[in-house]
Design a binder for this molecule. Structure first.
Ligand code: SAM
Length: 473
């Protein structure tokens, strides 16, 4: 079969590019030393870059000096950057020390994908002093991918955290703390949470959020997500549900203002050290959202078009880590992995159609279905799931149902006091943190006792702190 393909290829002058490509893609491994590379060398002069690319790939299957020579010469002649990159890739496969100085010169090329390929080829010889020196010189390359690769390859890995990845601090299990999230979190030990899913307060869109400026609002969120970053376990996720909000116009002489919260928050998240992973769109039915398109429906004048907003974002970030997700998964025993598997239907796209939930007690409650998806896709059974802006605590209820533990904070205690934790053995800690900022360490100690007792008593147990109980104050 290979023989037949190669003999057909020799007639390439009578074939069109599609036919040549078709043959070259089917050739497979070349193990037989008697096969000649000459037809592929000839095809390096073909006018179509895709054909040259496939010829270079095939030349990478040969190990001889004629091929090395042809590829090096072709690299300098070639103008298409993909084919150029493939030349380095094929030469890299030769693993020949003779090519070290050639690869070092290609590090100066301006296209980052070519530099990355040259780095890859050179890393095989990273113990050679001249290679190490050349790679160190490129470490301050402006391209972020090059910086990251060299940082990982040349610098020793930072020590793994001393925290057990799977375990959960008993004192944090199934606790709701009433207070300002920033005061509460400062008392908790780093790397405590496996997953955070939250919907931050809107900027001036609902009656519970008052900030003197948009900047103050974003600064507040920055502080919260810096703390969440500290408290998140190595390589785990935070998922933030936001959408742009409109602040209504001052008078008919002014226009309303739309604040692009997800987009501004994104830059803050990346700056903090979160790695952007995915943007999931939560799509709601049109009848469930505010009608903005009514005016346009009547007047139909361009520029006055305002579509109904049926979507919100679920922005997914991972705490930056040198460990790949496989490392995270391997920390769990096989029984936990088995119990946590997502069975049956699941979302195959980043558009999740979920009906919103309307609630008399809270104006912006998570639908349980949304929490279920996030919990099932991004956590394991037994994990600790956190919501800093818990509202009526939907995330906690769903986490419990799916055999995860929860830790929630909420500034307004009416929200969760009135709502459905009745069937969950929960500790509700009412902190005096805003007045006594160190109070939380005590609240958590106390909550442990509370949750132990509470396991036998369905319903709430309130832990009320008074200043004299606080060891730290
Ligand atoms: C969008 S709602 C979250 C609703 C929640 N996802 C649910 O399912 O009910 C935002 C919540 O953040 C709370 N909040 C605002 N500022 C806070 C702060 N500094 N600390 C803790 N909670 C806060 C608000 O009281 C509000 O309940």
């Amino acid at each position: 079969m290979q023989e037949e393909l190669l003999s057909n290829l020799k007639m390439h002058e009578d074939l069109n590019a599609k036919e040549i490509l078709n043959i070259m893609k089917r050739i497979g491994r070349i193990d037989d030393d008697s096969v000649s590379s000459s037809v592929f060398i000839e095809l390096l002069s073909h006018k179509i870059p895709k054909v040259r690319l496939e010829a270079v790939k095939n030349l990478g299957k040969f190990k001889d000096d004629v091929v090395i020579d042809a590829l090096v010469r072709h690299y300098y002649r070639e103008e298409n950057s993909n084919v150029k990159r493939e030349c380095i890739s094929s030469l890299g496969r030769q693993r020949s020390e003779k090519l070290i100085s050639f690869f070092i010169t290609t590090l100066e090329y301006k296209d980052p994908k070519i530099v990355l390929q040259a780095i890859r080829a050179l890393l095989v010889f990273k113990n050679h002093e001249e290679v190490r020196e050349a790679l160190i010189k490129v470490m301050d390359h402006p391209n972020e991918m090059i910086q990251e690769v060299l940082n990982i390859e040349l610098n020793p890995a930072p020590k793994r955290s001393r925290h057990n990845h799977v375990s959960v601090d008993e004192r944090l299990k199934n606790v709701v703390v009433n207070g300002d999230v920033l005061n509460i979190l400062s008392g908790i030990e780093e790397e405590s949470f496996h997953l955070t899913f939250t919907s931050p307060p809107y900027y001036n869109a609902r009656d519970y959020s008052f900030y003197s400026s948009y900047k103050e609002y974003l600064d507040f969120l920055r502080k919260v997500f810096i703390e969440v970053h500290r408290l998140t376990k190595n390589g785990r996720f935070v998922i933030v549900n936001t959408s742009p909000v409109i602040v209504s116009r001052f008078s008919r002489k002014h226009s309303s203002k739309r604040y692009p919260i997800p987009f501004d928050l994104h830059n803050i998240m990346v700056d903090i050290g979160w790695e952007f992973i995915d943007d999931i769109i939560w799509k709601k039915p049109e009848y469930s959202v505010k009608n903005r398109v009514g005016g346009f429906m009547q007047h139909r004048k361009p520029l006055g078009y305002k579509p109904n907003s049926t979507t919100e974002y679920l922005m997914v970030y991972r705490k930056k880590s040198r460990d790949l997700l496989d490392w995270n998964i391997k920390q769990y025993d096989s029984e936990t992995v088995e119990k946590s598997k997502v069975t049956g239907d699941f979302d195959t796209t980043n558009v999740w159609e979920v009906d919103p939930k309307f609630d008399k007690g809270h104006s912006a409650i998570f639908p349980e279905e949304l929490c279920r998806k996030v919990i099932e896709y991004y956590s394991y059974v037994g994990d600790l799931v956190f919501d800093p802006f818990a509202g009526s605590g939907t995330l906690g209820k769903v986490a419990y149902k799916y055999k995860r533990n929860f830790f929630l904070t909420e500034i307004n205690k009416e929200y969760f006091e009135t709502k459905g934790f009745k069937k969950i053995p929960t500790s509700i800690a009412i902190t005096l943190a805003p007045i006594y900022p160190l109070g939380i360490s005590f609240v958590i100690d106390k909550a442990k006792i509370a949750s132990n007792t509470d396991n036998k008593i369905p319903g709430f147990l309130l832990v009320i702190l008074i200043p004299s109980y606080n060891k730290n104050s």
